[in-house]
Ligand binder design. Structure first.
Ligand SMILES: [Zn+2]
Ligand SMILES: [Zn+2]
Length: 415
C-alpha cells in the first residue's frame, strides 16, 4: 500500500511558511495564505492519467518530427521545413550556438522530459520504483523550464502570418501533430502529482514534527520539496539527492551579476540586425525594433504587438522587476511581500516567451532560402538577444523569493 502525505509537514517554496497536508476535495488546490503560491492539488488517479498523456505526447512528438510542418512556395520552387530544419539552418549559416539553442529547447529538452516522465511513471503504475529515480526526477525538473514547445508554436504561427505577403505558405501534417503535442504535453504536466510518485519511494515523506521545526534549522529541497533538519554544512536531500541549502547560495550576488550582464547585452541585441531579408540580391537588415515597425507598416498590428511585447517589453520589464526585487531585499523592505512574490512569479513564467524571436529567426532562415529570389539570413543581433533571454532566465532562477519573506519574519519576531 502506498504511503500518503496527509498530516505531514512541508514548507511553501516561495515564502518558507510551514503547513501540514490536509485532505482536499478532488480537483481542488491549496494555496499559501501568505504569498499565494500554489502548494498542492488533489488530482485523482494522477499516475494513470499523466502516464496516458505522456505516452500520447511521445507518439505525437515522433509524428511532429518526421513530417514537414510548413512549406513555402515561390516562383515554382518549394521549400519544406521539418522541426529540425530551423536549428540546422542556423548551424549551416554559421550560427551554431543559436542552432544548438533552438534544437535543445524545441526538440531535445521536451523529448527528454517526456521520456524521463515515462521512465518514472511506468514503474509507478506497476507499484515499484524506477532505478535511479532520484537522478531522473532531478534532470526532468531541471529541463522543464527550458522545454519551450509552446513558445516554438507561437514562433510558427508568427512565421506563417509574416510569410503570407512573401510567398504561398502551406501547412503540413506535422503542424497538426505539433499543436496536439502542445495541448497533450500541457495536460500531462497539469495532471501529474509528484506525491503519488514519491509514495512508492524510500524516504517518501518527511517525519518532522512541529517541535523539530521550532527547534532546528529546516532545509526545504528545491527540487522535490522534502524537508530535512540541517545536520551538516553540506547536505543532500534524502529523497531526490539534490544538494540542500537554507537559501539559494549567494542568490543576491549571482542574480545581480547576471542582470548586469543582461543589461549590457541588451544594447548590441537592439543595435545590430537580428536578420537580413535579401530580395533579388538586395539586402535589407532589420533590428528588433525595425522589424516591429515594418509589421506596423504592413498593417499587421496584432503581430507587431506580440513581437513588441515578447522581444522588447518582456526582457526590459524582467530586468527592471528583478533589479527592483534585489534592491528591496537589500534595503530590507517590508513593503507588500505578497505582491513582490507575485511579481517574481510573473517574471519567472513570462521570461521564456522572449525566445519566440529566436525561433522566428530560425524558422524564417530555414524556410526562406530561395537563393536569388528571396533569402533570410540571421544577424549577429539574434545571438546577443538569445544571450539576454537565456541569462535573464538564469537570473530569475537564481533569485530566492524567500529572501523577501525573511525580513517580514524578522520584523514579526521583533514585535
Ligand atoms: Zn508561500
Ligand atoms: Zn529533494
Amino acid at each position: 500500500m502506498a504511503n500518503s502525505p496527509i498530516g505531514k509537514i512541508f514548507a511553501c517554496h516561495e515564502c518558507d511558511h510551514f503547513y501540514s497536508y490536509e485532505m482536499i476535495p478532488v480537483g481542488a488546490k491549496a494555496n499559501c495564505h501568505h504569498c499565494g503560491n500554489l502548494l498542492y492539488r488533489h488530482i485523482p488517479d494522477s499516475i494513470n492519467r499523466s502516464l496516458a498523456l505522456y505516452l500520447t505526447a511521445l507518439i505525437l512528438f515522433f509524428i511532429a518530427n518526421i513530417f514537414p510542418f510548413l512549406s513555402l512556395e515561390l516562383g515554382g520552387r518549394v521549400v519544406d521545413s521539418i522541426l529540425f530544419s530551423s536549428g540546422w539552418a542556423m548551424y549551416k549559416l554559421g550560427m551554431g550556438e543559436l542552432g544548438a539553442l533552438i534544437i535543445l529547447t524545441s526538440i531535445l529538452f521536451p523529448f527528454t522530459v517526456i521520456v524521463g516522465m515515462l521512465y518514472l511513471l511506468i514503474p509507478a503504475r506497476l507499484g515499484t520504483v524506477a532505478p535511479f529515480m532520484s537522478q531522473v526526477y532531478r534532470i526532468v525538473n531541471k529541463l522543464i523550464p527550458w522545454s519551450l514547445v509552446g513558445v516554438f508554436m507561437l514562433g510558427v504561427l508568427i512565421a506563417i502570418v509574416k510569410l503570407q505577403d512573401l510567398a504561398n505558405v502551406a501547412t503540413g501534417p506535422s503542424l497538426v501533430a505539433l499543436t496536439l503535442l502542445l495541448l497533450v504535453y500541457t495536460a500531462a504536466r497539469a495532471n501529474f502529482d509528484p506525491h503519488d510518485l514519491w509514495s512508492f519511494a524510500e524516504h517518501n515523506f518527511s517525519n518532522l514534527s512541529r517541535e523539530d521545526i521550532e527547534n532546528h534549522k529546516i532545509l526545504n529541497c528545491h527540487t522535490c520539496g522534502l524537508l530535512s533538519r540541517q545536520t551538516a554544512n553540506s547536505q543532500n536531500c534524502t529523497r531526490c539527492l539534490s544538494p540542500l541549502h537554507f537559501r539559494k547560495h549567494n542568490s543576491v550576488e549571482v542574480t545581480w551579476a547576471l542582470l548586469i550582464a543582461a543589461f549590457v547585452l541588451l544594447i548590441p541585441a537592439n543595435v545590430y540586425p537580428v536578420m537580413t531579408v535579401i530580395r533579388f540580391g538586395q539586402g535589407e537588415p532589420s533590428t528588433i525594433l525595425s522589424g516591429v515597425l515594418h509589421l506596423i507598416e504592413s498593417g499587421m498590428w496584432g503581430l507587431a504587438m506580440i513581437v513588441f511585447i515578447a522581444s522588447i517589453v518582456v526582457p526590459v520589464l524582467k530586468l527592471v522587476i528583478l533589479s527592483f526585487l534585489l534592491i528591496s531585499v537589500h534595503k530590507k523592505s517590508d513593503w507588500r511581500p505578497r505582491d513582490r512574490t507575485l511579481l517574481y512569479r510573473v517574471t519567472e513564467i513570462v521570461g521564456a516567451w522572449s525566445m519566440v524571436d529566436i525561433f522566428l529567426v530560425g524558422l524564417l532562415s530555414s524556410l526562406v532560402s530561395l537563393d536569388a529570389l528571396s533569402t533570410i539570413r540571421p544577424g549577429i543581433g539574434a545571438v546577443f538577444f538569445a544571450a539576454v533571454v537565456v541569462i535573464t532566465m538564469f537570473a530569475a532562477h537564481s533569485f530566492d523569493p524567500r529572501l523577501i519573506w525573511d525580513q517580514i519574519k524578522e520584523n514579526n519576531n521583533k514585535d
